[in-house]
Design a binder for this molecule. Sequence first.
Ligand SMILES: [Zn+2]
Length: 219
Amino acid sequence: MKALTAKTIIGCSLALVCLFGLAQASTGQTKRFLVVIDAGHGGWDPGATGYYGTQEKDISLNIARFIRLLGLYDDEISIVLTRSEDIYIPHRERTGLANRLRADLFVSIHANAHPRHAAANGIEVLVHDDRSLPTYPQNRALALLLQKRLTRALGVTDRGIKHQTLFIRWAEMPAVLIEVGFLTNPTEELKLRSFLYQWTVAQVIFTTIKEYLRSTTAR
Ligand SMILES: [Zn+2]
């Protein structure tokens, strides 16, 4: 009888945990905004590698995970990651996920490398270089805001926003790619390796995304 009671208690507890989980999940779906965060590279593709051996895929994943964590405690924004572990996902699938979910924004996180100048440092936010893209004005507006907020908050070099041919053009919503710093600069690499710095970068990205989304719905 005692064993049965214990089993019943465990069963009830599990049911409650499941129900709580479902309630949490449904709360998430009713949030105002959905943002897809893409941790660049992954798996067989390490991206850039720093002087101390830091790999871009790890920095981008840590920052993406921190952003997801911030989303868990936010009433307005749900965060979905294109990858939450060390795996490679083709670019088409990354933007495809955002399109399927009808996300409000797509933000890809990367770290930079300069093949010749170890002194190169600072932040760049990139947009796809095509004025005919329907989201081009929004892409630029979001990139400029992120560039401003990130460089001011982190006190790093403002390299300005850049226009390049990028896979983010396949996203049907505003999309930017953030280069959070240079792994080929040993000083910047050491900063980027620190969890505290990654957390700060994540916080600035999250609050800026929120500021941007609120401003677009306020118009
Ligand atoms: Zn990259």
